[in-house]
Design a protein around this ligand. Structure first.
Ligand code: TGC
Ligand code: FAD
Length: 389
């Protein structure tokens, strides 16, 4: 009989609108044409043509696509999620570029910025002419961003920024850094243009994961900023955490793209590969693996769509996003590793995408709140007791 694509097993496409399917298909076509042929090479070199990529992605309309106005497409959240899925089906690093640009840097400016800040940055960021990054994590403050040391002190009407951010996606290629710092008025956000004296962004090398993505340190040594560098509408940790809800939502969908690509690869490989004189796909053990993975993929997709519909209805809560991020990343990494077994030795090479995805998903499991942090967020929602500290 004719095989069913793992994504068609539950007829999930029927739950999408025509517009959502169109956007998904457009992003998939751009990804297949412009990104997929190059990605293994970028990963192997540990280098991406970030500026060119930003323009390509801006041209495809995916940068800040779920935001309204300022050159952004203003799509619904489900369409944004589907775009993340298609990009991450190529590589988590490319979805990261888009998440950080649209859901973290642009969203922070869109949500908390002044009208002048929005006009100055958003249209060019949507077009991919400017790249943004988002600096929250520090060498000694990751899961606990409240422990940050980076600080901004008043000097007349100026601000003077000191400190170090760590593991910042897009950092070395960014035209503007959204930086969260402690002030006497609590945590505030600042826009720091590249080239500001005292600001440097050395790239972090020797990564075994997310190699097709720029990751950097941000160093601020007496960086003098004008008063209007501060985001006026963000006060306290809820500012940056509000942005994280957006990016985490994209990952709920995105991680399933990596998993889908692994499963498609494994099914096709199992059908071609002959072991003990029969196709690998014809053995019950292989079919059990494929069945279990497709069940998880389908469940993850239904969860993502449900959260997307809640988000579009305006009722999605941070705890619900934690359920999605925890489950879908955890299952995606399990699927990637299981698919790797099906490919045998071929599975360890860059000829196939599977171990590249599995390695990338190690970062995805850690960033935007580790799986442990999301478990604790859910635990707190269930018991009313916080177990973070
Ligand atoms: P807590 O005392 O609970 O809260 C402090 C204030 O924040 C509010 N809040 C939130 N607001 C919006 N959305 C959320 N999800 C929020 N969670 C908390 C809270 O209401 C409170 O507001 P207020 O007004 O009362 O002050 O904070 P806590 O210090 O106990 O920490 C809670 C915890 C651990 C959940 C939180 O800090 C956390 O999420 N930690 C993980 C940090 C994280 O996710 N970092 C990600 C950095 S960015 C990144 O990784 C980008 S990678 C992207 C890519 O490349 O794709
Ligand atoms: P830690 O917080 O030190 O955690 C170490 C371990 O302890 C983890 O397993 C964690 O779950 C566990 N743990 C922590 N607290 C508890 C607890 N209460 N109970 C039990 N276990 C606990 N950050 C940004 O700000 N911007 C970016 O653009 C960005 N991009 C990134 C890109 C990559 C490739 C990576 C890998 C990270 C990126 N990050 C970024 C940083 C990321 O958000 C942090 O790595 C993450 O929040 C975890 O912080 P940490 O690495 O300091 O780990």
């Amino acid at each position: 009989s004719t095989p069913v694509h793992p994504f068609d097993l539950l007829a999930i496409d029927g739950l999408l609108t025509d517009e959502e399917r169109d956007i998904r298909n457009t992003v998939r076509a751009v990804a297949d044409r412009e990104l997929r042929p190059h990605v293994a090479g970028w990963f192997e070199k540990g280098e991406i043509p970030a500026r060119e990529l930003a323009r390509t992605l801006g041209g495809a309309g995916v940068l800040g696509m779920h935001l309204e106005g300022y050159g952004c497409a203003g799509t619904n959240s489900v369409a944004y999620g589907l775009a993340c899925l298609e990009l991450e089906a190529v590589d988590s690093g490319l979805r990261s570029l888009v998440s950080v640009q649209g859901s973290l840097a642009m969203y922070a400016i869109w949500k908390y910025g002044s009208e002048e800040q929005k006009q100055q940055w958003l249209p060019k960021m949507a077009a991919g002419e400017y790249i943004g990054c988002f600096g929250l994590t520090e060498p000694d403050a990751g899961s606990d961003p409240g422990a940050m040391r980076t600080n901004a002190k008043r000097d007349g009407s100026d601000w003077v920024l000191n400190g170090t951010k760590m593991w910042i996606t897009n950092g070395s290629v960014a035209d503007v850094a959204v930086v969260w710092a402690r002030t006497e008025d609590g945590v505030r956000g600042f826009l720091v243009p590249a080239g500001t004296p005292g600001f440097s962004a050395p790239e972090i090398k020797m990564k075994l994961s997310l190699r097709a993505s720029v990751t950097s340190e941000l160093v601020f040594e007496d960086v003098r900023l004008p008063a209007d560098a501060m985001l006026p509408e963000a006060r306290g940790l809820s500012g940056p955490l509000g942005c994280l809800n957006e990016a985490r939502f994209g990952i709920v969908f995105g991680a399933l793209g990596a998993a889908r690509d692994c499963l498609e690869t494994a099914i096709s490989y199992a059908k071609d590969r002959v072991v003990f004189a029969r196709s690998l796909a014809s053995y019950q053990l292989t079919q059990q693996k494929l069945a279990d993975m497709s069940v998880e993929l389908g469940k993850g997709m239904l969860l993502a769509l449900h959260l997307g519909r809640l988000k579009d209805a305006g009722t999605l809560t941070p705890e619900q996003v934690s359920v999605g991020k925890l489950n879908n990343v955890r299952e995606a990494i399990a699927i990637a590793r299981e698919c790797r077994t099906i490919l045998g030795a071929n599975g360890i090479t860059l000829e196939y995408p599977v171990l590249r995805h599995a390695n990338n998903l190690e970062s995805v499991l850690t960033y935007e709140g580790t799986s442990e942090v999301h478990s604790l967020v859910i635990g707190k929602a269930l018991t009313g007791e916080q177990a973070f500290r």
